[in-house]
Design a protein around this ligand. Structure first.
Ligand SMILES: [Zn+2]
Length: 396
């Protein structure tokens, strides 16, 4: 299985002959540029080739007129250990997602850990161990931001301070543990926020036997940073309640693949009407009862572009720049200083779409031709997407 040593440096990389550059930025989702220059994993120039210093590159990538986007960010995953998940007993699910263009994953809790500890010392230990393990080990090269404790009754402010001091930056989905009341959740979310820990709340019906309903009043009262799977995971709240969450909260609106697809489409339309598309972010909520979806983020983009009237280049922002900004990540946007995490794509062979953007607007998935993380090529022609018409060529 492909693994990644994090210390590896890319040196200078020139990415040229880009046919279309998606920025990840909602304000300017398409850049008038054909070249990106990278040094040691960071973007150092973006522009027209004649205006960029392309001399002395260790690696040159000729995109042959294909599309480059920031690497996709899956805002909602449930990792356990390395590239294994007990949820469907699969190995290699993260590496498989790399082949779907995903370069960063964010844990919404290591909830599938067999025998997951629910006492306070144990849950803190698991969170810290998970944060450490995924920081030191990137399956397939994917950056997994993990160590997301599921909060339980009895936690006090010093627990959150201790977690933060140990490097924990996220809470697992609020509501998956014993804290299900709005006032109790609100207090713990506030303590987490005070200590720099971001929070996500489970929204909607129970995921599996033993978990419970989190309704709109609890979501509003808890006031977590992200309204996790607002379209349910799997079971959605009534659409009028989802609308109320969009309208009364200013927090992140997370749509997931393993949720109610109808509500996902309606919510994206509603967010557009409310002029709050900058709040929309995408996740898979995998691994889940519905399995693992290596192409889940691309499928969400195609779903929203084809059925919710979201322009393709805007739908890409939901899985890149929006998430990066909301979660304070150094990737997700094509701009100088950001991490050189990219997905290289072209329209799929034999799509009815005349070009990349149109093919997705028509509901087809794109073909991934290459994925780069921190300036290092982690895979070439995807083993999972339909084949791309054209793929980039590497020279050294
Ligand atoms: Zn959930």
């Amino acid at each position: 299985m492909a693994t990644a040593a994090i210390a590896e440096q890319s040196g200078k990389v020139v990415i040229r002959n880009i046919g279309r550059m998606l920025s990840g930025d909602l304000e300017h989702p398409i850049l008038d540029a054909d070249t990106i220059v990278v040094n040691d994993g960071k973007i150092i120039a973006v522009g027209k080739e004649k205006d960029c210093d392309t001399e002395g590159a260790r690696t040159v990538i000729d995109c042959r007129g294909t599309v480059v986007s920031p690497g996709l960010i899956d805002s909602h995953v449930h990792p356990v250990a390395g590239d294994w998940t007990p949820r469907q007993n699969q190995i290699g699910w993260i590496d498989s997602s790399l082949h779907g263009g995903v370069t960063t994953m964010i844990s919404a809790g290591e909830v599938h850990y067999p025998g997951r500890p629910k006492d306070i010392v144990g849950l803190k230990a698991l969170a810290i161990a998970s944060q450490r393990a995924f920081e030191a080990f990137r399956p397939g090269g994917v950056k997994v931001i993990a160590g997301a404790p599921v909060i339980e009754k009895g936690m006090v402010e010093s627990d959150f301070a201790e977690l933060a001091a140990a490097g924990v930056k996220l809470l697992g989905e609020v509501g998956l543990g014993s804290v299900k009341a709005g006032d109790e959740a609100r207090q713990m979310v506030a303590w987490a926020r005070k200590h720099g820990i971001q929070s996500t709340i489970h929204t909607g019906g129970p995921s599996i036997p033993g978990s419970g309903l989190i309704d709109k009043d609890v979501v509003l009262e808890a006031d977590a940073d992200i309204i996790g799977h607002i379209n349910g995971g799997h079971t959605s709240l009534p659409y009028k309640d989802v609308c109320e969450l969009c309208e009364r909260s200013t927090r992140g609106i997370e749509l997931v693949h393993n949720g109610n697809e109808r509500i996902s489409i309606l919510t994206a339309r509603h967010a557009h009407e409310l002029k709050c598309l900058h709040r929309v972010i995408l996740g898979t909520d995998g691994p889940a009862g519905s399995g693992v979806q290596p192409l889940g983020i691309l499928r969400m983009i195609a779903q929203l572009a084809s059925l919710a009237d979201i322009p393709t280049e805007v739908a890409f922002c939901f899985a890149t720049g929006n998430t990066a900004r909301m979660r304070d990540l150094d990737c997700g946007l094509i701009e100088v200083g950001r991490a050189a995490d990219f997905v290289f794509m072209d329209r799929a062979q034999h799509t009815a779409g005349k070009n990349f953007l149109e093919s997705i607007q028509l509901g087809d998935l794109p073909g991934v031709g290459m994925v780069m993380v921190d300036g290092i090529v982690r895979c070439q022609r995807s083993r999972n997407t339909p084949p791309a018409m054209e793929v980039p060529v590497i020279s050294h």
